[in-house]
Design a binder for this molecule. Sequence first.
Ligand code: SF4
Length: 368
Amino acid sequence: MYLYLHVPFCARRCSYCDFAIAVRRETPDQEYLDAIRVDWEARRSVPAWEASPEIATIYFGGGTPSRLRGETLSEIIAMLRRDRAVAADAEITIEVNPDDVTRERAERWRTAGINRISLGVQSHDAGVLEWMHRTHTAEQVPAAIAALRQAGFANISMDLIFGLPVSLDRDLTRDLERTFALEPTHLSLYGLTIEPHTPLARWTNRGEATAIPDERYATEYLEVHQALVAHGFEHYEVSNAGLPGFRAQHNSAYWRAVDYVGLGPSAHSLLAGVRSWNVREWAEFSRLAQAGERLEAGSEALDPAARRLEELYLGLRTSDGLAEGNLPATARDAWISAGWATRSDGRVRLTAEGWLRLDALVTAIADS
Ligand code: SF4
């Protein structure tokens, strides 16, 4: 089984972020722990565990899980271990902001059993970080990496954002060079999107920010792809790349649509073809947990059409691709001649040019 824990707390909201977060100066660790215990109690013995009794991965995402105390993370992992076996080689990841990293904290994370770091870098440009309302500075990134390595972390992923407004004059090439110089094992590269109800959406509505033109977005994505390949990374999913042997096991489970359990506010689970999701807001989640009430906000069984759409989407977003028989031959041949896909070993795989058009390509064949 694959396990996700959503830790909703952040010091402040980044300008582009629409995640389910709770802005808190101090994290309410005990309250969070109590609520997670209630959620786990309801999910630790659902029937799907019979087919997959061992925990294969644990992922602390957020939010900013690195703001929790190390002892809280240890207690959560110990709670999981009490009820379920954790695989000896389980990947245990925590999302970390650079300003939260100290040698002491990093050592606590190692002691808790965490063996993989996902570091929220986004950019090495001071002006860009300020515009994003990030809490860290550019100088804190190499310092964080050094402290993590001293504490024994060898598997460090970094998040970067591309596709920023042209007016910011962000030097993507330099950001990529600085990133590779820090020798991460894995990179997640996300194109900026303007989500409703974010500070960025308000700036855009007021004419203070302008979305990057599509052509420039495509140029940046292809530059990122070429840089990844040049540095020996396998670009194995539309937004993710790793050195050989360092693909994200937890995220790969989502892309294979295998069962997973999500704990915490807004967390999703997929169990035996049924997707469910928890109450989104932390305050409500905590209140329900204290009252012993249901934390699940809704669920849906995927119908055949939804399953087909998901199968297409998940297959095409990774470098595993789709079995040829799953695609109409006319679409397949058209994609290959346009340079959007390749065909080998009975599978069709999108190229980076194809990934730029992923949504449109899936939509075009979904009803076939
Ligand atoms: S740290 Fe992450 S989750 Fe928190 S506000 Fe920023 S982008 Fe959103």
